[in-house]
Design a protein around this ligand. Sequence first.
Ligand code: DX5
Ligand code: ZN
Length: 217
Amino acid sequence: MKIAPSILSADFTKLGEEIKEVEAAGADYIHIDIMDGHFVPNITMGPLIVDAVKKVTNLPLDVHLMIEHPERYIHEFAQAGADFITIHVEADKHIHRTLQEIKKLGVKTGVVLNPATPVSAIENILEEIDMVLLMTVNPGFGGQTFIHAVLPKIREIKRMIQAKNLEIDIEVDGGIDTKTAKLCKEAGANVFVAGSAIFGRTDRSLAIQELRSSIGN
Ligand code: DX5
Ligand code: ZN
């Protein structure tokens, strides 16, 4: 079980300290939300921030690309220090090719599905994927409400992975708190992104601890 705080909800006037705090509190990954104002309505950060984050932490960087044409930026994010690059299946017409590119750069591959995208969309490329990210909100903003209709998709992808005898992490992102993390864990998820449930609290250590105990970890 891994906890990945999303820095989207961190205080950007002291980002370095915020990251060090969650690292000390036992976070497993740092989740970085890249938004381009096209694939999603919001604009956030780019490779420059990934590079800066890399300098202040030893934790693996989980870079979630919510951008059109992710294939154009793979090199930049790899160079900036991404350990995982996750791309949306809805944003890439040639996703198999992009996954090969990511692997060639020595970075772990992730594929993301919006709530309305069926898991069958990635059935034929599962062998190329290290992590499947199921969005549990519509991407674009922190602090949204968890969409319960995604739970059956977690079970479905878990079955699909097991049937193919593959080792692929199942990550969930959006509206994750102690209650929803538990539901996702029961459905088969093992990587939990949380923005407001961690950075929205004054005691981040307690927030991570509570999340962990909710998933029996
Ligand atoms: C939403 C982002 C999330 C976001 C989660 O589009 O992908 O990573 O930061 O924030 P919370 O945990 O507040 O829903
Ligand atoms: Zn995200």
